[in-house]
Design a binder for this molecule. Structure first.
Ligand code: DAT
Length: 188
């Protein structure tokens, strides 16, 4: 059975991990947090002193994910998107949070002041949304509000519905194509 690959992106703190975990448990799709993957495999290429964090080795992350993405059924979560092959994803969701709400969520994280303010600016100037629009076809990109708990429930339901429809469309066409190309089926 074919399953879609989904990219969930947005500024740190918008609620990607929260939504992904909920989605993964209710859809059966596999959830990959690129930050955790990089940490586990030490997929880094130096250290950024200014932001006080390791620099992601994007090529190694892509190599690491390649096989799973080919199989399908993966939800990828990361606050960046321009280094993934465009063909990996069937749909891209960009979570958006009002800056005053995001500020409250980020100020309790152990970020230095520059990192905190840069992330708020990133959201205000919709940097991630622009990056997504420059990297993927407009028709597969969707913005989702992620301010309050009801948004989480709405977003989960909307994405689950999309997954269900995608499976119906793609697995139905697979069956039809298989039947048409199956040499054991008499042609006359
Ligand atoms: P991210 O993975 O994008 O960094 P997160 O999932 O860790 O974000 O969420 C950051 C915080 O915000 C966390 O305390 C949970 C909370 N949160 C996430 N989605 C929310 C929503 N729709 N309504 C209220 N709080 C939310």
């Amino acid at each position: 059975m074919l399953l879609p690959n989904i990219l969930l992106t947005g500024t740190p703190g918008v609620g990607k991990t929260t939504l992904d975990k909920e989605l993964a448990s209710r859809s059966g799709l596999k959830y990959i947090n690129v930050g955790d993957l990089a940490k586990e495999g030490q997929l880094y290429d130096g250290y950024d002193e200014e932001y006080d964090c390791p620099i992601l080795d994007e090529d190694r992350v892509v190599d690491e994910l390649e096989n799973q993405m080919k199989e399908g059924g993966v939800i990828v979560d990361y606050h960046g998107c321009d280094f993934f092959p465009e063909c990996w994803f069937h749909i891209v969701f960009v979570l958006r949070t009002d800056s005053h709400i995001l500020y409250k969520r980020l100020e309790i994280r152990d970020y230095n002041e520059k990192k905190l303010y840069d992330n708020i600016h990133c959201e205000i100037f919709q940097i991630l949304y622009e990056e997504v629009m420059a990297s993927y076809k407009e028709e597969i990109v969707h913005q989702l509000a992620s301010n309050k708990p009801e948004d989480l429930e709405d977003n989960v339901n909307q994405i689950l519905k999309w997954i269900e429809q995608w499976q119906k469309d793609n697995n139905a066409s697979l069956t039809t194509t298989d039947m048409l190309t199956d040499s054991s089926v008499p042609t006359s």
